[in-house]
Write a protein that binds this ligand. Structure first.
Ligand code: ZN
Length: 185
């Protein structure tokens, strides 16, 4: 396993729009290694998603996987592993839903973010094929959080009620929110 260090808020790479991946790049050993590094980092850090800029690689690549029967997320939802390259997002249902979010690049903090409930993502997969996926509910929030990383945004930019930002210890002490209703990337 080769996990790579996760960069944190304040690092300029997190604020750049990442470069689109050139399609011929996808089959190269270097790109496969990047995907393996991202996967290993996500697992080591216990995240349910990770974006390439978070390991200081400014490319439009993100991985998402909600494990089944995960200790933190219970049986709420699970998903296969998504490898998302050069995504485009379309809002299908703009009704807002709120979840507490956390981020590997903003450690020790939780914040309540409202985002559209249903989104469609058009993307290229790891075989270079065009795919389309409609994400709803919690998974829609996860997709939007990860795709934001590819366009220089962090979830804290999306917090509209700044009284709902908390350090993790205080969050655990004073909030009755169920763990499965929290996105910790
Ligand atoms: Zn994040």
């Amino acid at each position: 396993m080769t996990a790579r260090p996760v960069i944190r808020m304040g690092h300029p790479t997190l604020r750049q729009t990442a470069e689109p991946v050139i399609l011929s790049e996808i089959s190269t050993p270097e790109f496969k290694e990047l995907l393996a590094n991202l996967y290993d980092t996500m697992k080591v850090e216990g995240g349910i998603g990770i974006a390439a800029p978070q390991i200081n690689v400014s490319k439009q690549v993100t991985l998402i996987e909600l494990p089944a029967n995960n200790e933190r997320y219970g049986t709420l939802e699970s998903s296969p592993l998504f490898i998302i390259i050069n995504p485009e997002i379309t809002i299908i249902d703009s009704e807002l839903q709120g979840f507490w979010e956390g981020c590997l690049s903003v450690p020790g903090i939780r914040g309540f973010v409202e985002r559209p409930r249903v989104v469609q993502i058009n993307y290229t997969d790891e075989l270079g094929e065009q795919k389309q996926f409609i994400a709803e509910n919690f998974l829609a929030t996860v997709f939007q959080h990860e795709l934001d990383h590819l366009f220089g945004k962090l979830y804290i930019d999306r917090i509209t009620d700044t009284t709902r930002i908390s350090f993790l210890d205080e969050f655990n002490e004073f909030n009755s929110v169920k763990k499965e209703d929290t996105l910790e990337e």
